[in-house]
Design a protein around this ligand. Structure first.
Ligand code: HAM
Length: 432
């Protein structure tokens, strides 16, 4: 092998290429996301990969994991602090406000699919570069029916992707009226336990006490059991709102589990928050115990961008996680592989004609495989068999002279010579 000047050929830590052999899974996710978006009337939005850092700092919150330690931040030439977007919601609200999209409808339903970046410790299902497909309902009333619809959309998408054993965890984290009281109760409860908590939790106690509830450290678990819970401390309006959400879910027969410890780590959420999990086990016997989709209501987010308070609700699936589960459970993709046609030329005159003839096929929607740079018949036949082609079109000197072509069925080696003026229809007949 030639000596490379490049010392390390690996992609950056926690970042992966999506190779041709995996594209079928990704295509399936893309196709079903688009189909669901169409059927529920969500319009696609594409925002920039880079954003000003303050977009996330002021909306996700300084004490969120993402802002605190996971953003890829750098200075642009002009001194702006830019960041590779770590999530989609704040970017979409930035775009909604910047372009005055409220005039497009109230509420406006948007969806997106694309790359996100977080400086995490890479492990299975947790990457530094990953893709999300998300749905957001922006503006309009804060009607609880939208939460139900949003969770339904994600549930249906996961269903279409044949993700089984789904469980939907749901909680309410209240509003500006009830959350401060609850936060005080929680702080009072944990204050006396501080010395027994992990280091992160001692910091959470000072900075963001709700996050004490989603600590995964085994030492802290036992103290959660007696901690006050948000659902018992909601104000009347939040309580009514959450009950309505649950009624809609019951009407839809969408099973859910109340999860008192679900708080989500981002400042922009209020009231309903949710996460979808799956009980699937990986090929190596480990349980996929991470959320495959998550979201919530964010009625204060627009205000953080300097416009009038306006409601919002959304959620996103993690595509890498979904694809991993699809592959593990061997989801049948229902792909119908189209018969493959391979064009073979023998001799200079045939090679010269080959591009024009293949064009005739392609214009009729027939995709054609070839090995144009190889002139030997043997090499081209080997390529056709490697590509598992179903038919070979063979054009030699004699055929060029007689204005004909050979169509060979590669399964049974039966072949027929047909006139060139009819060859497209003859190929089509066989592909039906
Ligand atoms: P999130 O929970 O941070 O929420 O991410 C949503 C989903 O993205 C997660 O449930 C997970 O499946 C996937 N995900 C997150 N981090 C990673 C990672 N490092 N590697 C692979 N997959 C990951 C949000 O981002 C919110 N913007 C969701 C939302 C939309 N809320 C309202 N609207």
């Amino acid at each position: 092998m030639a000596k490379s000047k490049i010392q390390n050929l690996n992609s950056p830590k926690g970042m992966h290429d999506i190779l041709p052999q995996d594209q079928q899974w990704w295509d399936k996710v893309r196709k079903e996301t688009q189909a669901i978006a169409d059927s529920y009337n969500f319009s696609r939005i594409e925002t920039t990969l880079l954003e000003r850092a303050e977009i996330f700092e002021n909306s996700l919150g300084e004490t969120s994991d993402i802002v605190e330690k996971q953003m890829f931040v750098f200075k642009s030439g002009s001194g702006d602090r830019l960041v590779l977007r770590p999530e989609g919601t704040a970017s979409i609200v930035r775009s909604y406000v910047q372009h005055g999209l409220s005039h497009l409808g109230q509420p406006l339903k948007l969806f997106y699919s694309g790359l996100m970046f977080r400086k995490e410790h890479p492990q299975a299902g947790r990457y530094r570069q990953f893709n999300q497909a998300g749905f957001e309902i922006l503006g309009g009333d804060d009607d609880p029916i939208y939460e139900a619809q949003l969770m339904l959309v994600i549930f249906k998408l996961l269903n279409r992707l044949k993700i089984t054993n789904l469980s939907l965890h749901i909680n309410s984290i209240g509003c500006r009226v009830c959350r401060p009281n609850y936060r005080k109760k929680l702080t009072d409860y944990y204050k006396d336990l501080a010395v027994k908590l992990c280091r992160d939790c001692r910091r959470r106690l000072r900075e963001n006490p709700l996050r004490l509830l989603d600590c995964k450290n085994s030492d802290c678990q036992e103290y959660k059991v007696n901690a006050p819970i948000m659902l018992e401390n909601l104000c009347i309006t939040c309580n009514k709102h959450f009950k309505k959400v649950l009624e809609y879910l019951e009407e839809l027969k969408l099973p859910y589990e109340l999860d008192n410890y679900l708080v989500r780590g981002l400042d922009y959420y209020n009231r309903t928050v949710f996460e979808f999990f799956t009980g699937v086990t990986s090929e190596t016997g480990e349980k996929f115990d991470f959320a495959i989709a998550s979201g919530g209501r964010y009625d204060y987010l627009m205000e953080m961008f300097g416009v009038r308070q306006s409601s919002g609700i959304g959620g996103a699936i993690g595509i890498e996680r979904v694809v991993e589960i699809m592959k593990t459970t061997n989801v049948a993709l229902g792909l119908r592989s189209r018969p493959k046609v391979f064009f073979i030329h023998i001799g200079e005159a045939a090679k010269k004609k080959s591009l024009v003839l293949m064009e005739e096929l392609r214009e009729e929607g027939i995709s054609v495989l070839e090995s144009l740079g190889r002139d030997s018949l043997g090499a081209q036949l080997r390529s056709s068999s490697k590509a598992q082609a179903d038919y070979a079109l063979i054009l030699g000197q004699k055929e060029v002279f007689e204005e004909s072509i050979i169509i060979r069925d590669l399964q049974n080696s039966v072949q027929e010579t047909v006139p060139l003026r009819k060859f497209v229809s003859e190929v089509k007949k066989r592909l039906k």
